[in-house]
Design a protein around this ligand. Structure first.
Ligand code: ZN
Length: 133
């Protein structure tokens, strides 16, 4: 029988619920100031007697005693935001590639990331390793 708390399992399967992969501060070169920086004001529900909790407003899952968190981003919203960020940054280069080349680069990088994510036992840990610190 699996005694792992349900929220711990969900956080492992859906690491975006813990803010994994997002810049933590302005020192991160991918950080962009915006409304997503404001802390969430949602109510949290604790999972029984475990140390895990979930925000009822945004779905963030935490295990710390501090419940302050930035709102969770949906995977589709995060993906589209990331594509937009990639395209903008590539266009700012002095020798900017063509739009078709930028699209090809974006698809290539997504393909590489997905291919190696497929053989990971923990995609959250994998995503954390890709974040520049
Ligand atoms: Zn929240």
């Amino acid at each position: 029988m699996n005694n792992t708390p349900r929220l711990e399992t969900l956080a492992r399967q859906e690491p975006w619920r813990q803010g994994v992969g997002l810049p933590q501060n302005a020192l991160d070169p991918t950080w962009i100031p915006g409304p997503g920086d404001a802390l969430c004001d949602g109510q949290i529900d604790w999972e029984g007697s475990t140390r895990w909790w979930v925000c009822q407003k945004c779905g963030f899952i935490g295990s710390a005693t501090v419940q302050r968190h930035k709102p969770t981003k949906s995977p589709i919203g995060f993906f589209l935001e990331s594509v937009d960020f990639f395209v903008r940054r590539q266009r700012q280069r002095t020798s900017a590639p063509s739009a078709d080349t930028i699209l090809g680069q974006a698809l290539f990088i997504a393909g590489v990331a997905l291919r190696y994510a497929a053989v990971q036992s923990d995609i959250g840990q994998y995503a954390m390793r890709m974040v520049t610190r």
